[in-house]
Write a protein that binds this ligand. Structure first.
Ligand code: SF4
Length: 182
């Protein structure tokens, strides 16, 4: 069965794709991340995702980024730390857009690679995914890809495939925190 898989970055997608294949799904990659700043970083992460799709012969959909709409989602929350309500709004926006695309284009089920990262709260992602799925009458497949050493596997696979790995979540606020040593 085809599944629309929101991809936050190529390294996180490696484990997710591997595990979905093991379970008999055919993941169609969906790159929609208007949170990634600056533009050069967005291009690097997209390029890595294109590379993964080519290496593993996967279908990839790159959805048009609306950075202004993303900024509106997190307006007033810019100074909050990573993992706060700012991230809830950011993740909610990306997953809602994925689910809407899935609904419009005949997919019955969607998921996300976001749970590969040990920094992401999987329970929260589950709540967000299920709420959106219920509203749009579509199915959300919740997988905590970091389980069973999923994050380590993503490092191993991305090194083997030569995929670019970032060192911050995505937005300029998370980059500043990393640059400040936070
Ligand atoms: S830290 Fe990551 S999840 Fe949180 S708002 Fe920034 S890009 Fe989005």
């Amino acid at each position: 069965m085809q599944i629309l898989l929101h991809v936050c970055c190529a390294p996180d997608a490696t484990t997710a794709v591997e595990r979905l294949h093991e379970e008999g799904y055919e993941p169609i990659l969906f790159f929609f991340n208007p949170n990634i700043q600056p533009e050069e970083e967005y291009e690097k992460r997209l390029e890595a995702t294109v590379k993964l799709a080519n290496l593993w012969n996967l279908n990839l959909i790159v959805e048009k980024q609306d950075k202004i709409l993303w900024e509106q989602q997190i307006k007033g929350l810019e100074d909050l730390p990573e993992g706060s309500f700012r991230c809830v709004k950011c993740i909610e926006y990306r997953l809602r857009s994925t689910a809407e695309y899935a609904k419009k284009n005949g997919f019955h089920i969607f998921s996300t690679t976001l749970t590969t990262s040990p920094k992401k709260n999987s329970k929260l992602i589950l709540q967000i995914g299920e709420t959106i799925a219920e509203e749009l009458k579509i199915e959300y497949l919740h997988k905590d890809f970091k389980k069973k050493n999923g994050f380590l596997r993503s490092i191993e696979l991305s090194k083997k495939l030569g995929l670019y790995r970032q060192n911050y979540c995505g937005c300029i606020y998370s980059l500043r925190k990393t640059s400040n040593g936070g």
